[in-house]
Ligand binder design. Structure first.
Ligand code: FES
Length: 156
């Protein structure tokens, strides 16, 4: 017996009335501060997301966003400092390569690429954060809930 996964994507009609869950991973130095800037400025934002603060986008283990999907997230957004502005010099360059690989890998798991996004937002870009999270949330609401079930299957 081995674990297998079954992915179900429900459209917005089936999803009516269900709250979606979005997990965001934001680097401490830029994007987390950008989201904070949006909050301090009282910019209107959706409420369907949770923020996980990470030291740098380059420190994000790719298993974390995958784990988020497998544990019930309907969308995952990752944001770091703009290329060239990473506080650890080149962390976001490493992140960009890895995140692009992950984005291309998701369809093989049955997860639409639109459920995953990575971007760069600085501490002063509160408006950009507001626009990004609002558009991403709207897209996830259109896609509806993502259901990933693990089941045991016979391996032959
Ligand atoms: Fe923000 Fe590296 S410190 S991406």
């Amino acid at each position: 017996m081995v674990d297998a996964i079954e992915v179900t994507n429900k459209n917005s009609v089936e999803a009516a009335g269900k709250q979606i869950k979005i997990v965001t991973f934001l680097c401490n130095w830029c994007s987390y501060a950008g989201a904070d800037t949006a909050g301090v400025a009282r910019l209107k934002q959706p409420y369907d997301f949770r923020i996980i603060r990470i030291p740098c986008s380059g420190r994000l283990n790719l298993l974390y966003p995958l784990r988020a999907f497998f544990d019930g997230a309907d969308g995952v957004l990752i944001s770091g400092c703009h290329p060239g502005d990473c506080h650890y010099v080149e962390g976001n360059y490493y992140a960009r390569r890895r995140l692009e690989v992950l984005k291309n890998f998701l369809p093989f798991l049955g997860i639409e690429p639109d459920r995953f996004k990575y971007t760069w937002i600085s501490a002063t870009e509160g408006i950009k954060w507001q626009e990004t999270i609002t558009q991403f949330t709207q897209r996830i609401q259109e896609l509806g809930p993502l259901s990933i079930k693990r089941k045991k299957v016979d391996a032959e």
